[in-house]
Design a protein around this ligand. Sequence first.
Ligand SMILES: [Fe+2]
Length: 306
Amino acid sequence: MIHLHDIRYVRLGTRDLDAATRFATEVVGLQLAAREGDTVYFRSDRAAVRGDTRDHTLAYFDGDPTEHVIGLELRDPDDLEALGAALEAEGRPVHRGTKAECDARRTRDFIASTDPSGNRIEFLARPYNSGVRFHPGRDIGIENFSHIGLFSTDPKRDTAFWTRVLNARVSDWLGDATFLRINTVHHSVVLMPSSRPGIQHINHQVEDVDDVMRSYYWLRQQGVKIVYGPGRHPISTAMMVYFEGPDGMVFEYSVGVKHILPDQEASYRPRQFTLDGYNADMWGSFHETEGLPREPAAARRMRLVV
Ligand SMILES: [Fe+2]
């Protein structure tokens, strides 16, 4: 059985590395870790919170902006061979990273593959840690990179792949969207219904709700487009705000995500939430992120008729 340890990074193509770098550091508040050739690396982990600092959690590279890749760390690096065999048995492509590709990803070894929607996934064995203390690009209170929304052309099929092959567990469903956990965090990956693959949004946890609200006002003052929130997800209890970055990528800050602890695993049952009411945001904000309705049904249902 393959076990994943954590989500490690996202890699995004862009045609304007300088603009993407400015946004990642000056707006999102990540730390520029390195710029090598056509790739720029960013860090976001406070060691005091995570207990470790991943070498980088975001990389922008010169390329097609629709090229999105996620990196997942294996709990046991010796599982790489077994994982390759399991992926091949599923009819998924398997590419073993070359030395140069491993160096570019800051890992000892990896396998590149895809999920059935075509989302590009890199499975990492012994990715590098950083001994350098994280300091944010601005005073935002980032604690760590935490999860992604991932487009899926068939969430039911892809959920089966993630749970059966990768041993992810379903935490909850919101409509057809599936919240998947791979450790104690309520969700590391959310499969969002779409007509295409790709990353839907990138989440960073912040220290406090004050950081969410302070950033909300600051982002608006900077002219950054807010696409969702501020609000609170009843599913994970996290308070959040979402905003749009380079190439239309959505970034999220949130605080207070629920954990499902090891002694709760056996008794936990995933819950189905409908898209009605205030199930996506209990504060009732409107949003424009693909994969969710643009207007909460409750806002329509509860509109006063005069
Ligand atoms: Fe999120």
